[in-house]
Design a protein. Structure first.
Length: 111
């Protein structure tokens, strides 16, 4: 029964989703808008904070790029990244300065 105990202790997780502009999505916006970044806070784990970004074809998904209109129909997934990569990507979402996407892309490839 050790597996059941492990999963029942995860009830106090906090999940934060971030949209196209880099702002946190509220409860009703989470269903309507796509999210591009996610933070999972789990105090019971040995890694209390995990950072995730949306990827497409092995690279970070650019919500202002050529596939931005097809974001819902593309085969994208969330992948765990480092805090530094996450911070660069969030700065890109907030400022639309492509140098931060480049730095996030380099950090993603080195993770």
């Amino acid at each position: 029964m050790k597996y059941i105990e492990r999963y029942t202790s995860c009830n106090n997780r906090i999940i934060k989703l971030f949209g196209r502009a880099g702002v946190e999505l509220s409860g009703e916006d989470q269903d309507k808008q796509p999210h591009f970044a996610k933070i999972i806070e789990n105090p019971d784990s040995k890694n209390p904070i995990s950072y995730y970004l949306r990827i497409h074809n092995g690279v970070l998904f650019d919500p202002m790029g050529p596939y931005s209109r097809r974001g819902r129909t593309l085969d994208t997934k969330m992948k765990r990244v480092s805090k530094n990569t996450f911070d660069f990507y969030m700065t890109y979402l907030k400022t639309n300065n492509s140098i931060y996407l480049t730095k996030a892309q380099r950090g993603f490839l080195n993770d």
